[in-house]
Design a protein around this ligand. Sequence first.
Ligand code: ADE
Ligand code: ZN
Length: 339
Amino acid sequence: MENLVTYIEGLPKAELHLHIEGSFEPELMFRIAERNNIHLKYESVESLRAAYNFTNLQDFLDLYYAGTSVLIYEQDFYDLTWAYLVQAKANNIVHTEIMFDPQAHTARGVSFETVISGINRALKDGEEKLGISSVLIMSFLRHLSEEEAFNTLEESISFRTMITAVGLDSSEQGNPPEKFERVFAKAIEYGFLTVAHAGEEGPPENIWGALDLLHVSRIDHGNSSLSDDDLIATLVESQIPLTVCPLSNLRLKVVTNLSEHPVKIMLDKGLRVTLNSDDPAYFGGYLNDNYIAIAEALFLTKAEVFQLAMNSFLASFLPESTRQTYINLLNDFQYSESH
Ligand code: ADE
Ligand code: ZN
């Protein structure tokens, strides 16, 4: 196993499902709160961490949105993003596709420009100083209205070149994909790619909705796809990727135990499944921790772990030539491992 851990740590990987607000470590949260003169409900880093004891998605989301409330200035968004990129480097992530939730900030009076400028400046530094390429995905909060999503979409147009795709996150229960069909149609008109969280806590119908109504290029999570044979066949045939998040699923009780996690079955069925950390500051691990935990729980072979890393590049929004460069890097690593 130690051998497999070293192998996982050495593999070049892409991360495709990462909420930048979910990478907000309590230490940084307290530091930014202090410099912004904001009082947090928790006394200390330890007592905040102790509250990360979730029974479902909504439990987590309540704390996650509360955590964002200390982010006010462009530098705050820079620091948040930079801290994630440093972790990404340590995890051998060479390419990352980062989601951000503008509405979590604009609803508090922080401008869209402040949010995206800080994130974007850090991403540029990440490329220059750490050699990590990135794309940004703007996610709509599905518990908010269609009108609010439309307003956010219109605001984003001034920053069109910084954003590759739009996504859909927050509370899946009671907020099905059809609520945002028209917003996504408009986003596609503007040239955005689309992704959506579906089948995390919700039924396979939400995955069908994401495919048929939101025209997504990827499904975020997709756990419930395994209960629908026609859906599996469609996902295998189209090779529409699933961005699966094992430690998130464990901490939000989507699975009761990692040994019951569906990712190995997904691989065996030929689904284009990838591993991701979702909200690493809240779920107890960055990308390598997710690979290691699931490989141990499901007794994955090196070949299966390699396939997951390969899928991360195949499922990315990279231009073809860069994708091939990364795949060559991965193949070179595999070659040097076996010789
Ligand atoms: N926002 C951040 N993490 C999320 C998750 N796992 N599901 C839905 N919305 C989210
Ligand atoms: Zn997510």
